[in-house]
Design a protein around this ligand. Sequence first.
Ligand code: ATP
Ligand code: MG
Length: 346
Amino acid sequence: MLSVRDLVVRFSTGRGVVHAVNGVSLDVEPGGTLGLVGESGSGKSVTSLAIMRLLPRGGRVVSGQVWFGGRDLLRLSAAEMRSVRGREIAMILQDPQSSLNPVLPVGEQIEEAIRAHERVSRPAARARAVELLGAVGIARPEEQLGRFPHQLSGGMRQRVMIAIALALRPTLLIADEPTTALDVTVQAQVLELLRDLTDEVGAAVVLISHDLGIMARMAGRIAVMYAGRVVESAPTEELFARPRHPYTVGLLRSIPRIGGARRALVPIEGSPPDLERLPEGCPFAPRCAWRIEACWTQNPSLATDDGPAHLVACHDPAEPEEVGPGRPIRPGFAPAPPPGIRAGVA
Ligand SMILES: Nc1ncnc2c1ncn2[C@@H]1O[C@H](COP(=O)(O)OP(=O)(O)OP(=O)(O)O)[C@@H](O)[C@H]1O
Ligand SMILES: [Mg+2]
């Protein structure tokens, strides 16, 4: 349904070139939910904006393909792309504040979204808007139509965003952190709603979140991003049971246990690489406890290791017995020192 191939996106800034996305490949099945996870700055939002061809100024797709419905979206004319957006692919942006028009009542914004793509009368569009607001769980929807975004709670604004996104029954919905701004109970409600509505419409979903708990509940498949690449991708249960990339292993260990001590959410020591100066080898090597010499010089490609459904980009991925709960990872293993530094010399 959606197939992204080797997507490369760069930003030209006053200071230099930011290598934001460095060869992302993704597949989403019809009706399926793909979860995209990864630390802040790993390229989740830029990837989705590139798919929608909504990159901000300075951003440019350098290479790659975005196959959707038999066409490469990157080759469509601007007019063709406008008709894909909203009608076939809808997106809920990371920051709902900036995507709702502050000076327009929410009812009008929903009606506008409908009328931009369908020839319907104003009263008919209005009736649909009422129906949609009801469907996203907003009480007394007729009364809410005339309200401005700032007059609604964060949870209600998020629901309005979902209503707009689903107004045209898209076949694909890209939801970028759709609930981050909300408190936990409202978050759960909004996510359930999102799942029910997309199930009803039969839409496929790309769900972006750094919350692995949300992913476990919502996604059928998860792709883990690091430094602008997918480093591991597998069906959700498989990924949780048998993570193979050391970065994924670290991420999973950082999930706070219910009833247990809440552990830090940044699981792995060190910080992501400078995207203006990417290293030659694997970008995770400097933080990796398992790195071997090849990791300093060759960036591993995303490949199957055991079964076509499980992809991992690592020279020496984890074996299942190495990632059991609480067990030390590779006891006694000494990570390869950077090239030029001899092992054993401090
Ligand atoms: N307009 C821009 N100009 C320059 N660099 C940008 C721009 N937008 C994003 N970037 C860079 O691209 C990289 C990827 O950013 P992106 O927003 O995709 O991260 P993300 O994974 O969505 O993070 P988060 O979890 O914080 O939302 C970052 O290094 C970011 O600084
Ligand atoms: Mg983002």
